[in-house]
Design a protein around this ligand. Structure first.
Ligand code: FNR
Length: 203
């Protein structure tokens, strides 16, 4: 059993961008979150764009891209999902990536990772429906998730610069506090879940 001392900061956070778009507002939101996050969090993008479509016929012999993808998740203490809403759900590319991460049966690398969900949309409800769907998926995959505060970000032109600077001070304060909450949540999960989170690929 791992000693709690292993779970001192920094905490390693893998982040997913649900959009494949070069102009993604969710990518700029992720940049903003990293700028505003406590320094004790270290971020690595979990890249989803190179994965083929999941096919269970490959469960015995995953392609190298999926093996590498799962390994990059297993190394993390926590996972942050920054996603658009597509047709009141999560984008297919993100669902495909999660399906790879969850398989083969018994080798789900998302299990027991501390997770948080956030998303940006030009729409008034700011990805709320997609986030609820994603929360359901993460529950099924046995990932503890930060329930509150929720964050549904309606992005108007100019709110976030391409470099990830927030131009509205109230939004900036909100997102900074949200990242502090996530940091505290990761710390709580790592304190109460004694099994080593890093490198744990059990299902
Ligand atoms: C959308 N968009 C969208 N927005 C929303 O709030 N709810 C929705 O259900 C949808 N559905 C939807 C489907 C598809 C296929 C596309 C391409 C777009 C609009 C979406 O929020 C907008 O394009 C965002 O800019 C997408 O996020 P990224 O790619 O900029 O991060």
């Amino acid at each position: 059993m791992a000693s709690p001392i292993e779970h001192t900061p920094p905490y390693y956070v893998g982040y997913f961008i649900g959009s494949l778009s070069e102009q993604s507002i969710n990518r700029t939101l992720a940049r903003a979150l990293m700028r505003l996050a406590p320094r004790e969090l270290e971020f690595t993008e979990i890249v989803i764009k190179d994965l083929p479509l999941y096919n269970r016929d490959l469960d015995g012999h995953f392609p190298q891209s999926a093996i590498d993808f799962k390994a990059s998740i297993a190394e993390q203490d926590a996972l942050l999902f920054v996603t658009p809403e597509y047709n009141r759900s999560i984008p297919g590319a993100l669902k495909n990536a999660i399906d790879w991460a969850s398989r083969p049966h018994g080798a789900n690398v998302i299990a027991r990772k501390a997770t948080a969900v956030i998303g940006a949309s030009p729409g008034a409800i700011g990805t709320a429906v997609a986030q609820q769907g994603l929360r359901s998926i993460l529950s099924f995959l046995n990932a503890p998730q930060m329930n509150a505060p929720e964050a549904y970000i309606t992005v108007r032109p100019g709110l976030i610069t391409p470099e990830g600077e927030i131009t509205n001070p109230a939004t900036e304060d909100f997102l900074r506090a949200w990242m502090v909450s996530f940091y505290e949540y990761i710390e709580r999960v790592l304190t109460v879940v004694p099994s080593p989170a890093r490198g744990d690929a059990r299902g």
